[in-house]
Design a protein around this ligand. Structure first.
Ligand code: C6P
Length: 417
């Protein structure tokens, strides 16, 4: 199949022009084919300019000064929070806690909700397809509280074993279900609405790792009925160091703070302290001001393109990529078929290590990720120590998929396999 058979529902050239790095050469004379947005996305000019404008025109600390600069910085920073609230359809801006990203958000819940609620014998139920960020924070708190970790198995097609999930919820004293919305390796899109309903029926809470969902899908926390949901700004056109933890207000109110310091307090004496209102109770110290402001601009950008359009475009790209990859008998692609998959294709090549695949692709201007993608237990189940991964975003084209396929033939020839 050739690339012109796919209809792109929006002006891909105009979108690509918004991302200056895409016009750069990767090596002299070799254009960049960026297929690593799962690791971090590229940034549109509006976000780059927003960072520049903050530092040039109104750089000041927030929530502190009464001078004009600080008031302006505070207003734009809090304005970003409102944009994020709308983006995920939270009921209140108090439910939007700014974090450095998904990892910090999950650690926050583990160390505050977990520390105050878990006890010996309780079960934290995660899955076999999680990123380390949704395993290790729970292992740490399990060790500290005596709670136990269990993992919902995956089926051979790379989807969750929902029957096993139901049995585990029924048989085990599960207090928290910690699940990824979209797997960063398999691309599996999990049925979060159904899983949250089942978790709640069993008396458990649900935390959703939305790191690979918020850039690509319309995330509606009220429709999902997630108790907590964490994501990273840098994967959705925003700056590194930006991100959000969403939590239901009633839960956040009962949780003790995590980090202590400035901004998170109401009153401090030598004898003790009391806490600020939400969300500041969980935002100790000077926050990542420019970064969260930049994330607000990223949300404006994604909204302007339209999350539905982005999703449709990516579905066309991943569908085309999967069709082309199966043409290559020396490639194994992991994860479900396109109906249950996000814009991620992790694969291995017979007889060639993933790092070598990535290196030869890189020499042709094609940037993919290679390794365990911070999902070592999953790779253990797949029976490989590493995979190569192409991950797509709103600016990728079918021509870039063709470049990947041609590049893989070059890899095959290079290693004579
Ligand atoms: N995955 C990848 O290449 P941070 O690092 O906090 O922004 O995001 C962590 C994280 C959590 N969950 C999932 C599903 C993820 O994919 C990631 C980040 C990147 O796959 C970097 S390891």
């Amino acid at each position: 199949m050739q690339s012109d058979s796919v209809q792109i529902p929006y002006d891909i050239n105009a979108i690509r022009a918004d991302f200056p790095i895409l016009a750069e050469e990767h090596h002299p004379g070799v254009p960049l084919v960026y297929l690593d947005s799962g690791a971090t996305s590229q940034k549109p000019l509006t976000v780059i300019k927003a960072l520049n404008r903050y530092y040039r025109e109104y750089n000041a600390n927030v929530h502190r000064g009464i001078h004009k600069l600080s008031e302006e910085a505070s207003a734009v920073y809090e304005g970003a929070r409102i944009k994020l609230k709308k983006f995920i359809n939270a009921a209140s801006k108090r439910e939007v806690i700014f974090t450095r990203g998904t990892t910090e958000g999950i650690n926050l819940v583990a160390q505050t909700w977990g520390r105050s609620q878990l006890k010996a014998g309780d079960v934290i139920l995660s899955t076999q397809m999680e990123h380390h960020a949704n395993i290790v924070p729970w292992q740490l708190i399990a060790e500290q509280t005596g709670a136990a970790m269990r993992y919902v198995p995956i089926l051979p097609d790379g989807t969750l074993d929902m029957e096993a999930y139901i049995v585990m919820l029924h048989d085990l004293p599960v207090k928290m279900v910690a699940v990824t919305y979209v797997s960063n390796v398999l691309g599996t899109v999990n049925p979060i609405v159904e899983m949250a309903r089942m978790a709640h029926d069993a008396g458990a809470l649900m935390l959703v790792d939305a790191a690979q969902a918020s850039p690509h899908l319309k995330v509606d926390v009220q429709a999902l009925d997630a108790d907590f949901l964490a994501f990273s700004g840098h994967k959705m056109c925003g700056p590194t160091g930006s991100g959000v933890l969403y939590g239901k207000q009633a839960l956040l109110n009962t949780m003790p703070p995590w980090m202590g310091g400035g901004d998170m307090i109401s009153k401090v004496t030598f004898e003790g302290s009391s806490w600020n209102e939400l969300p500041l109770k969980f935002e100790a110290g000077t926050p990542l001001i420019a970064e969260q402001i930049g994330l607000g601009y990223a949300v404006d950008y994604l909204n302007a393109v339209g999350m539905e359009n982005i999703h449709a475009h990516e579905q066309a790209i991943i569908s085309y990529a999967l069709d082309r990859l199966v043409e290559l008998p020396f490639i194994t692609v992991y994860g479900p078929t396109v109906e249950k998959k996000g814009a991620v294709a992790a694969f291995s090549m017979q007889g060639v290590h993933a790092h070598d695949v990535a290196q030869v692709l890189d020499s042709q201007g094609i940037a993919v990720r290679a390794g365990h993608h911070c999902a070592q237990p999953l790779h253990g189940l797949l029976g490989v120590s590493a995979t190569a991964r192409a991950s797509f975003y709103l600016y990728n084209t079918t021509q870039e998929v063709d470049a990947l396929i041609n590049g893989l033939y070059v890899v095959k020839k290079t290693f004579a396999v």
